[in-house]
Ligand binder design. Structure first.
Ligand code: SF4
Length: 710
């Protein structure tokens, strides 16, 4: 405080972009503008921020594109008009009541976001599951980490990331599978870079069909063919077994399923696996020997494994490598899934997906449903036993007419969802669409019957949990523009308008207290936590039961007792088949999608910052020079990428970093000035993993040709 200029105030918060959750130090000037820096001493970033975090304040300081007032349109072809909050609430509640009365509770749905704060997630989930009586709530986290959720549940007994980021300081072998943290989780990757600098003996293996910036630090880059991850993981597992490097004690005392796993990985020879994966046997052998010889082995992954038709099996096959080597529950050892969004973890804590209940309770478990009903004080049997619609199912159900209304909160499905034309068709067909948003650039607004203007980061208080179970409190620092309100306030106000009793919260902290008490006695128990403690400690890692004193629990399963029924970790034998759509003569290329360094999601925030456009200013198609030459494509040639779902037209970027037969496009661009031919999700398919319902974003069959304007 002593360095502050006159009239400035000093605050701390958390970056609202990726799941790394960096601490930010904010100075508020006398005009109410915010100036953001990395927070020194913060356990995640110790003062560092990536390009996105450094420009965070633009989202708040620039209110030029903000939604300021509630709006309603009374007919599909009418223009929306400004109304009061009371009018907007009355209209929305009247339509919801009428639809629920006529078609039942499953005729309405909420589609929210991993950017929502935990308190917001909590009240949305409580509203739909506990009061409306439907499980139709899903979020864009479904597109990001739901395969990891199921993977953890099946192997460790619960969706519990066992390690902390600090474990990266202790590992001596790190396997990064299907992730490019150098671009997508940059500050976490700086930690790995620092660890490698301190200890050149740290072995880093990266598996990725593309040679990304992350590969620059790697001792081995396994440039696998798309969709072959499980074959690779199995081959590594087989070699570890052959080397005699399995941890027999751990397997006998703390795990189940090893024999079936052993059989499954011996179904292929290493030579066969190398051929399928498109990498050398030597590289697989070297990888296996690094892991076999590790004192502390960590795996780290994200969308390359999760966003797949076999995402859960990919997760399990990677986690298996930690289990067969007993590399879990010690410093530097364990699996670490990264989340793409800042609060995907918080959403899981409150049960904010269509198949979950609060505090990781199981929707299919009647005792769990009764526990939550009793806590919420709602009638027994109110929580439906049938899972609700997942993200892709929701928009298909709108299109089919079985779902009548959707309420979209803080997300941009017309850019981010796969097979986006289906989403568009669903929104066109919907009887009623509510859009709760901060800015007027969301494409969904074109379909909105009601618009609720929402407060942005730093305009509201609440909490978030990063990818390592670290909970942070985010303060309100400035007022929202116009009549925008915090998301939790909007939901509670609507619930009251519906006549529901459980939403009379006077302050956000009361929502948090209720959420924390509902976790008591569960594996994610945070009943010892409240805003006062969070403000004092700055961050806390769950669990944090009542009576806890420190800063939480950095590492789970240190006693090797797992959350499964038997208390043992489950080694799953999974098929190595990839069930993605097949390429054909007509659509011979495999399209991969992902992030670029300086943009985030659908660019509704980062797209406003000129500095961030300088890195890569427009969408592109990355293609190998040999494929390009065959097709008569040169650098910057306009190409048309097509399949049966749609097309895009973007400039070609020739690169040796992608394998022949594969192409890559960034995920960020949507409709620009009415044109949607930059939007990669015109091409992706709504095929999902059957267990996690996560879409197969990384594997779509397409054709590529130079585009000549007629
Ligand atoms: Fe924000 Fe993630 Fe960058 Fe940290 S790494 S500053 S959390 S975007």
């Amino acid at each position: 405080e002593k360095h502050l200029k006159a009239g400035f105030t000093q605050h701390q918060s958390t970056c609202c972009y990726c799941g790394v959750g960096c601490g930010v130090s904010i100075q508020k000037d006398p005009l109410g503008r915010l100036h953001v820096e990395g927070e020194k001493g913060h356990p995640v970033n110790d003062g560092k921020l990536c390009s996105k975090g450094m420009n965070l304040h633009y989202t708040v300081n620039d209110s030029s594109d903000r939604l300021l007032y509630p709006e309603i349109r009374y007919g599909k072809n009418q223009a929306r008009k400004r109304v009061s909050w009371d009018q907007a609430m009355e209209r929305t509640a009247a339509v919801f009541k009428a639809l629920i009365k006529q078609y039942g509770p499953d005729s309405v749905a909420f589609y929210a976001s991993g950017q929502c704060l935990t308190e917001e997630y909590y009240v949305i989930n409580k509203l739909i599951k506990g009061y409306i009586g439907s499980n139709n709530i899903d979020t864009n986290s479904r597109l990001c980490m739901s395969s990891a959720v199921v993977g953890y549940k099946l192997s460790l007994g619960e969706d519990s990331v066992p390690v902390s980021f600090e474990d990266l300081d202790f590992a001596d072998v790190l396997f990064v599978a299907g992730a490019n943290p150098a671009w997508c989780h940059p500050i976490l990757w700086r930690r790995v870079e620092a660890a490698k600098e301190r200890n050149p003996q740290l072995k880093i293996i990266v598996s990725d069909p593309r040679k990304t910036q992350t590969c620059e630090l790697a001792d081995i880059h396994l440039q696998v063919n798309p969709g072959t991850d499980i074959v690779l993981h199995h081959a590594i597992g087989r070699l570890i077994i052959e080397m005699g490097a399995v941890d027999q004690h751990f397997i006998q005392q703390h795990a189940e399923g090893f024999e079936a796993y052993r059989e499954s990985v011996f179904l292929r020879t290493i030579e066969e696996a190398a051929l399928i994966c498109g990498v050398s046997t030597a590289a697989i052998e070297q990888t296996a020997s690094f892991i076999a010889g590790a004192k502390a082995y960590m795996s780290m992954w994200t969308m390359g494994l999760n966003q797949s038709a076999v995402g859960v099996n990919k997760n399990l096959s990677l986690i298996n490598l930690n289990l067969i080597t007993g590399q879990i529950g010690r410093p530097g050892a364990g699996p670490l899934s990264l989340t793409g969004q800042p609060n995907a973890m918080g959403g899981r804590e409150v049960g904010g997906l269509s198949n979950l209940l609060p505090a990781h309770r199981d929707l299919l478990n009647s005792a769990h449903r009764e526990e939550v009903e009793a806590f919420w004080g709602v009638p027994s049997g109110r929580i439906a036993s049938k899972p609700g619609l997942s993200a892709t199912e929701m928009f298909s159900a709108l299109e089919a007419g079985t779902l009548k209304a959707v309420w979209i909160i803080c997300t941009n499905p017309l850019t981010s969802m796969p097979d986006v034309h289906l989403v568009e068709a669903g929104l066109k067909k919907a009887k009623f669409v509510v859009v709760q948003e901060i800015s007027n650039c969301a494409e969904t607004l074109a379909y909105a019957d009601v618009v609720f203007p929402a407060a942005a980061w730093a305009e509201k208080e609440g909490t978030m949990t990063n990818a390592e179970r670290r909970i942070s409190y985010l303060p309100k620092l400035v007022d929202a523009p116009g009549e925008a309100l915090p998301d939790a306030t909007i939901i509670c106000r609507f619930a009251q308008e519906m006549g529901y009793a459980g939403f009379n919260f006077n302050q956000t902290r009361e929502i948090y207290d209720e959420h924390a008490q509902l976790t008591a006695g569960t594996h994610i128990d945070i009943s010892g936590l409240n805003y006062t403690i969070l403000k004092e400690k700055r961050t806390v890692q769950w669990p944090y039961p009542s009576g806890s004193k420190g800063v939480g629990t950095p590492r789970l399963f240190t006693d090797h007792h797992f959350y499964t029924a038997s208390g043992k970790a489950q080694i799953h034998a999974v098929s190595d088949e990839n069930t993605s759509e097949k390429c054909s003569d007509e659509y011979p290329f495999i399209l991969n999608t992902g992030r670029i360094r300086d943009q985030w999601h659908t660019m509704s925030k980062t797209g406003k910052v000129n500095k961030l456009k300088q890195h890569l200013s427009e969408s592109f198609l990355e293609i190998h020079p040999s494929d390009a030459a065959r097709l008569g494509i040169q650098e910057a040639t306009l190409v048309e990428v097509k399949n049966k779902r749609g097309f895009v037209r973007v400039k070609a970027k020739l690169s040796q970093n992608i394998k022949p037969g594969g192409v890559f496009m960034p995920m960020h661009w949507g409709k620009i000035a009415g044109r949607d031919d930059n939007r990669v999700n015109n091409l992706t398919s709504s095929l999902v993993d059957p267990k996690s319902k996560e879409p197969d974003f990384k594997f779509s069959a397409v054709s590529v040709q130079a585009f000549i304007k007629q």
